[in-house]
Design a protein around this ligand. Structure first.
Ligand code: PLP
Length: 380
């Protein structure tokens, strides 16, 4: 179906931060499959892990114990300080699971709380539940009737949130850094105030880290920077390094809410996807990629700020964290993206007026400098 406005480009292979099209032209990849190719392309360890697992067992169903899934659950729980994990195949599915978990928790407590509050400009996925949770009208039009029980408030406005919480509120669901919605950061003070508000009213804090999690923002999870612990955490994009996997993590106090028969997924947590995710986590640790994200993120941000200084007529600021950065423009960014592509750099928009940069977590200093050089030529 014609669901994607595709770039006029066919990519056929990649190596590290570089990809090659069907004409043999090479590009620096600052899209990473939209924050998916955590380790870049054709990473040797991930290649080996996936090949070995394919040669052993791809799938067996969740009617059996799956050791790779067990290991990944324990690893992610330890890293995020959570108590239990459920695996699915995408970000939207993880968020759907988060909504179900929150509602079921209050159902089991004989409480009427069911409503989920999310932020304006948020993005939570394309399922009926998650597009309703999404704070952007463009994803909803024509898909009614939409499920009830969602309201939206402006991000970073704690007073608006306080006014909106009522006896039917079950959870507040936020991205620590909005990706699709324009690279808008939830302030650390705001997140801490949201956590306090949740504690005050007995509400659940759901953090959607589908785009920000797994090292993208310089910590394993973006919530660490604010020092705020969620009750429910969702992951997907970067977790499998290119293999489809989604994950719903719940605090220990919520570990038993979804019992047998309440939720499930045929493919979720299969041996292949879990093995890939374990390899991604190993590599982040062994290659100290979190330090690299902070270093290269700071270098990229510095370069983008210099671009802003030189082109104050078109550029209005740099936003984001780690290697999820946005360059805000006062005009449409599509022509910039097309020109950068001609010069060998792949970039994404985040809304009509923001350039989004998200290279693989193992991007080198030289590659950052090369991307900045191309960007400067585009702007000139
Ligand atoms: C991409 C994204 C989703 C949806 O993930 P899919 O895998 O496309 O379903 C949800 N939330 C956030 C924050 C995202 O960036």
């Amino acid at each position: 179906m014609n669901t994607y406005a595709r770039y006029p480009l066919t990519l056929v292979r990649g190596q590290g931060c570089r990809v090659e099209d069907d004409q043999g032209r090479r590009y620096l990849d600052f899209i990473s499959g939209i924050a998916v190719n955590t380790l870049g392309h054709a990473h040797p360890a991930l290649q080996q892990a996936v090949c070995e697992q394919a040669a052993t067992m791809l799938h067996c169903s969740n009617v059996f114990h799956i050791p790779q899934q067990q290991q990944l659950a324990e690893r992610l729980c330890r890293l995020s300080n959570m108590g239990a994990a459920f695996f699915c195949n995408s970000g939207a599915e993880a968020n759907e699971g988060a909504i179900k978990l929150a509602r079921r928790h209050f159902y089991l407590q004989h409480s009427p709380r069911r409503t989920i509050i999310t932020a304006t400009n948020s993005f939570h996925g394309r399922l009926l539940s998650t597009l309703t949770a999404t704070g952007q009208d463009k994803v909803k039009t024509g898909f009614d009737p939409l499920p009830p029980g969602f309201t939206h408030v402006p991000l970073n406005d704690i007073a608006a949130l306080r006014r909106t919480v009522d006896d039917h509120t079950a959870a507040i669901m936020l991205e620590p850094l909005q990706g699709e919605g324009g690279v808008h950061l939830a302030d650390a003070d705001y997140l801490r105030a949201v956590r306090e508000l949740c504690d005050e009213h007995g509400l659940l804090l759901i953090l959607d880290e589908v785009q920000t999690g797994i090292g993208r923002c310089g910590h394993m999870f973006a919530f660490e920077a604010a020092g705020v612990q969620p009750d429910i955490l969702t992951l997907a994009k970067g977790l499998g390094g290119g293999v489809a996997i989604g994950c719903l993590l719940a605090g220990a106090h919520l570990a038993d809410v979804l019992g047998p028969g309440t939720h499930g997924s045929t493919f979720g947590g299969n041996p292949l996807a879990c093995r890939a995710a374990l390899c991604v986590l190993d590599e982040i640790e062994q290659a100290d990629l979190l330090s690299n994200v902070r270093q290269q993120g700071a270098r990229l941000r510095q370069g983008l700020l210099q671009c802003c200084d030189h082109h104050r007529d078109v550029l209005t600021g740099v936003r984001g964290q780690g290697l999820l950065l946005g360059l805000a423009c006062n005009d449409e960014v599509a022509p910039f993206i097309a020109r950068a592509r001609e010069l060998g750099l792949l970039l994404l928009p985040a809304g009509p007026n923001v350039l989004r940069l998200l290279p693989p977590l193992n991007v080198s200093e030289a590659e950052i400098d090369e991307a900045l050089d191309i960007l400067n030529r585009v702007l000139a």
